[in-house]
Write a protein that binds this ligand. Structure first.
Ligand code: PCD
Length: 693
């Protein structure tokens, strides 16, 4: 249902479409539409939505209930037993509020139905052009829209961050309108449309429990979550996992047992569940376990760093199978935390904190030692709407030795044009400047699942390396023919110059490329091209340790981030500058929900945060000077030893900040403050705990 027929389900839902030849006429048309709304009962709290007398959000569904699904993973009995036998159990309710992706550009498209060619072209802000084309063909095939007659082009889209994975009503309306009118039709959201009706994430009510021994060993984890999905179950997740990869929530720690259950619930809010800079609920998972680790450590009076060191999965335990069934590829969690502690001067800070506390000052130190899970497939576990998650690369070496390479992903600013060219350059010795990288046009690019979930390097990047290696094999055969020597006598020396050369013969890749079209061995197909559809054997598990130092103003409740050190590990790095940029951007997007951003509804379902005056994006003024560094633990199964990095910092940062704030207030009796940690919340917590000046 693209436009509602009679009942509007949330504030901001589109009710009518106006077509016009220019923006001003369209605006006049919109104001000429008179909508009469009759107020109906509303439910915005998912717990109330589960009560028997709650208004039913989806009257159109057969089952008259707001409960969408129940999902669980892990061994309930073993976990319960571990809890009943443990020295201590610690429980906390943690809410991760609804937030919103705010890319530089909002969503939009131009749809053009060409009735002569019978071809539909859609230029659209999408992170997954091929999947969109397939879905269009599947849902609109009966209108004569066959997949080969649909072209989806994703140009530079002004940032994606997960918000541009879904299909929003505007796209569908533009396509339908172009069909009906025979004209190209453009739809572009304005900022307020975007803020009230699209791109919402999180909204997880988590109840987490840890069973531990008195000596600080964490034994079992039990989590129950109510997931507020808004009025439709639109979460972008691999089909098998309704709560995404939330079951990475055992994190970097060696829990013997764990059990997780999640219930999806309808409420009168817009669709939620965007994987906003987090590979399908990984931020929620990391936030829960990192907050719990800190709370347990504080309860036992053990230093949070020492506590983590004790509980980490040890470097020699990889490949490591978690209690919830994931197989971690590689990691060195101790190494990253030690490096972060050195960089920030952890021991000195703890001493300073003790002194400050004696003087009545509030200073806190927070750690987050997160583990991520990114790079979906493998296709045996991951599909979107049934389409297996793999990705692909096509490389063509032209006769004069330059190359065009096309991929099934689509950069939204991550820099694939640079890093993919580097991958090929490294494998083949063709200079980066001689390689054109193209993505995002379904007429030319090979099929792929797109860019989100930090999957591009792990999948399409790997495909690029595999395809380049196929080209190397063919180049070797050509060189062996040209020089009349055995293939086994030829060796690549890529590091000898910027253009790859073959030792023994000094044939460059450019000479071999020319020969591939002019003088190739008899019986061999001409040309120098290769394709790879890469289905990764496993996901990649990047990780890191972040340490945040905060000072809190007792008078105003304001939290000031004094320092923030981030040590990341994404295995082998392709481009250090791009990776650093990803971490900087990601950290700021982690700061945002920790201290500022939240989409708030009143009890009538009215969005109270529909402008940037109320929904507070951090700017350079609020953002601290990030201090970043790396460790390197290669992925054993990725052809380049690389892991994803795009989302790590957004996933890891919020817990470090929240842990720092609670660490500053713990001695007063504060165990938890839900993010965003606003001055008002801190001020209130201080007053409730007897701090008055
Ligand atoms: N790299 C390197 N090395 C390594 C890794 C990586 O160098 N080792 C790089 C690459 O290549 C790229 C980047 O870095 O370029 C990133 O990567 P990755 O991790 O693979 O990722 P991707 O897939 O590409 O991407 C994605 C991500 C995401 S997911 C997000 S959110 C965000 C990030 O990305 N988004 C964005 N970042 C960014 N940036 C920008 N600028 N923009 C955007 O939009 Mo989602 O799921 O969608 O929510």
């Amino acid at each position: 249902m693209v436009l509602p027929v009679d009942t509007v389900k949330f504030d901001g839902q589109e009710v009518a479409a106006v077509l016009a030849t220019d923006r001003y006429t369209a605006a006049d048309g919109v104001s000429a539409v008179d909508v009469e709304y009759e107020p109906l009962p509303v439910v915005v709290d998912p717990f109330k939505a589960l009560e028997p007398d709650s208004p039913i959000v989806r009257e159109d569904k057969e089952e008259k209930s707001n409960h969408i699904w129940h999902w669980e993973v892990g061994d309930r009995d073993r976990t319960d037993r571990a809890f009943s036998q443990s020295d201590i159990t610690v429980k906390e309710d943690i809410y991760i509020p609804r937030i919103h992706v705010s890319s530089i550009e909002t969503c939009g498209c131009v749809a053009q139905w060409d009735s002569v060619q019978e071809k539909l072209t859609v230029w659209m802000t999408t992170q997954a052009p091929h999947a969109i084309r397939t879905v269009l063909a599947l849902v609109a095939g009966h209108l004569g829209l066959a997949e080969h007659k649909i072209r989806v082009i994703s140009p530079d889209i002004g940032g994606g961050f997960g918000g541009k994975v879904p299909v929003y009503p505007g796209y569908v309306l533009a396509i339908a309108a172009s069909f009906l009118t025979g004209h190209p039709v453009k739809w572009v959201e304005d900022r307020m449309d975007n803020l009230i009706s699209a791109s919402f994430a999180r909204d997880y009510h988590i109840s987490a429990e840890v069973a531990a021994r008195q000596d600080g060993t964490m034994e079992a984890l039990r989590i129950k979550t109510v997931a507020d999905h808004g009025y439709t179950d639109a979460a972008a997740n691999p089909s098998k996992f309704p709560a995404g990869l939330f079951h990475i929530c055992t994190g970097s720690y060696d829990f013997s047992d764990a059990f997780v259950e999640v219930d999806g619930v309808y409420t009168n809010k817009p669709p939620g569940g965007i994987a906003y800079r987090c590979s399908f609920r990984v931020t929620e998972a990391v936030y829960a376990v990192e907050r719990m680790a800190d709370i347990v450590a504080h309860d036992l009076g053990i230093d949070p760093a020492e506590f983590r060191m004790k509980n980490f999965v040890k470097p020699d335990a990889f490949p490591y199978r978690s209690a919830l069934g994931w197989e971690y590829d590689s990691g060195n969690y101790q190494g990253a935390l030690e490096k972060a502690m050195d960089l920030i001067g952890y021991e000195d800070l703890r001493r300073e904190q003790t002194e400050k506390r004696e003087q009545g000052e509030l200073m806190g130190i927070g750690i987050s030692s997160f583990t991520e899970i990114v790079g979906a497939g493998p296709s045996r576990h991951f599909d979107i709407l049934g389409i297996k998650m793999f990705d692909s690369a096509d490389i063509r070496i032209h006769p004069t030795g330059t190359a065009t390479a096309r991929f099934g992903t689509r950069s939204q600013g991550q820099g694939h044009e640079t890093t993919y060219a580097q991958i090929i350059a490294e494998e083949l010795g063709i200079p980066v400047s001689d390689i054109a990288v193209e993505e995002g046009d379904t007429d030319t690019a090979p099929y792929g699942l797109g860019t989100y979930a930090s999957r591009s390097t792990a999948t399409a990047g790997a495909a690029g390396a595999v395809a380049a290696r196929k080209i190397r094999d063919k180049a070797r055969a050509i060189a062996s023919y040209l020089l009349d020597v055995g293939e086994e006598d030829l060796e690549w020396e890529p590091e000898s110059s910027s253009c790859g050369a073959l030792r023994l013969c000094r044939k460059t890749i450019q000479e071999i490329a020319f020969a591939a079209y002019t003088d190739h061995p008899p019986g061999m197909e001409a040309g120098l091209e290769a394709h790879s559809s890469y289905d990764p054997p496993n996901l990649t598990y990047p990780f890191g340790s972040y340490i945040c130092v905060v000072d809190i103003d007792k008078g105003t409740g304001e939290v000031k981030i004094r320092r923030f050190v981030a040590v990341d590990d994404c295995g082998n790095v392709i481009n250090p500058m791009i990776v650093e940029g990803q971490v900087h951007g990601g950290l700021t997007m982690g700061l945002a929900p920790a201290l500022y951003e939240e989409i708030v509804y009143d009890e009538n379902g009215q969005n109270l945060t529909s402008t940037f005056m109320d929904y507070l994006l951090p700017t350079a003024v609020e953002t601290p000077a990030w201090e970043t560094d790396m460790t390197c633990t290669p992925s054993p199964h990725h052809p380049l030893g690389a892991k994803g990095i795009g989302e790590s910092a957004t996933v890891g940062a919020p817990a470090a900040i929240a842990n720092a704030v609670v660490d500053a207030l713990w001695h007063l009796g504060v165990r938890n403050i839900d993010i965003p940690i606003t001055p008002a919340k801190v001020w209130q917590a201080l007053r409730e705990n007897g701090v008055t000046d």
